[in-house]
Design a protein. Structure first.
Length: 112
């Protein structure tokens, strides 16, 4: 079912975007939601997304310049020391009985 806007010059929005903005505006205490308020809030949210994308591109571009990598080069993660997989320790008792009074031995990758 289509539900056209009162003003057809408005940009297209998804139902999820409309619901999220309505929820945000109600949380701010605005009970009377008008088409004008709704589209102002949507434009504000879209501007935040555009600004974040531009900032991300700028930071990535600066990072590539600082590392000496050219355009389109992928930045690869460097392995950390001790990142190799260590198998779990072998159980000392193989009789099948578990002594629950003793603490379990931590795996080498766990931080306690």
């Amino acid at each position: 079912m289509e539900a056209p806007y009162a003003d057809l010059r408005r940009p297209r929005i998804s139902l999820a975007e409309q619901r999220a903005v309505c929820k945000m505006l109600r949380a701010e205490g605005q009970r009377a939601l008008t088409e004008e308020r709704l589209f102002e809030a949507i434009e504000t949210q879209r501007a935040i997304v555009r600004r974040a994308l531009a900032d991300t591109r700028r930071v990535r571009r600066e990072d590539r310049k600082s590392t000496g990598q050219g355009r389109g080069a992928r930045v690869r993660a460097t392995p950390t020391a001790g990142a190799a997989w260590n198998p779990p320790p072998e159980p000392a008792d193989t009789s099948g009985e578990v002594d629950y009074s003793k603490p379990a031995p931590p795996y080498p990758v766990e931080l306690w």
